[in-house]
Ligand binder design. Sequence first.
Ligand SMILES: Cc1ncc(COP(=O)(O)O)c(C=O)c1O
Length: 366
Amino acid sequence: MLGIGDGLTYYLFLKLNKALLETMPHTQTPIDLRSDTFTTPCAAMRRAMADAEVGDDVFGEDPTVNRLQAMLAEQAGHEAGLFFPSGTQSNLVALLAHCQRGDEYIVGQNAHTYRYEAGGAAVLGSIQPQPIEHDADGTISLAKIEAAIKADDVHFAKSKLLALENTIGGKVISSDYIDSARELAVLHGLIFHLDGARVFNAAVAQQADIASITGKFDSVSICLSKGLGAPVGSVLVSSKAVIDEARRWRKMVGGGMRQAGVLAAAGLFALEHNVSRLQQDHEHAQLLVAGLSSIEGLTVIGGTAHTNMVFLSCDNGDGNAFLEFCKARGLLFTGDKVARLVLYKGISAEQVSSAIEIIGDYFDGF
Ligand SMILES: Cc1ncc(COP(=O)(O)O)c(C=O)c1O
């Protein structure tokens, strides 16, 4: 039991603690430019999720999931859609649905479907990747693709699919290139798949609707959880036959969810409210480049922003010291040799100005 003396000590302890807290510097929320996957659902999106009508989606009976799949398939110019927990699983299942064991997909060396998906197609599908170096604009040379297509010979894997990514490293792939790549794919009987994780960024940058891009592919994986601001989810769009096949593979890899309507509702909200606002992220990326252009000691790679991304290098080559300095000042980004800064919903123009200031302070030190 506490005595009177103990009570007084405790009271003084609380007073002292409060005074100490008041003298401590205020810790600001970091300006987190690591990725547009750091978007968080706003209050209205959360309400839409809470109010979602749901059913068992493995039985195909979740009305909200069905609505999202149908809406995005239609917008993208495809027959059918399938909801996935992640873009990685959506890309993987597309490859599994299109290719057989011993087939090969041709893909960019830095494409997410090759480099950043843990080798899933090879590990789980025995599908061999044939990676090809990118050109500076993010495309892969058609001549190199053609040279990589294997002859029908027992020594070789069977070239089955060509996978592109748009945007790639924030860069928009031109519609002329897509047309030529499609022509090449058709000529050689290759299936044409797009990792369209950020295809809405490409469409907004080109002031086009997504179907003008996605309609040219046999299948497209579209992410809702990047700049569009949903907490989770991707939709694979394709023909009904491919989506029926993909549904079986999705179940096999554990992507069959039950009352997934609570998640799909966030996707529907994102499509209704967060597409045109991507333009603001692109403008913030331009603002960032404009502010950085007068700072000596750094180079903006390519001299400009690419949709919602900016890439920087330190002229002295010590990217790690730059990253650590900025981190200590509350500015987060990724990459050491080349720093990547990503703009998204939730990053304000004021935060962009603060980011420029912090980066300027680092280079002032030289
Ligand atoms: C281009 C691209 N494709 C696919 C993915 C995979 O998405 P997820 O993180 O939902 O698996 C990402 C993730 O950042 C990505 O950037």
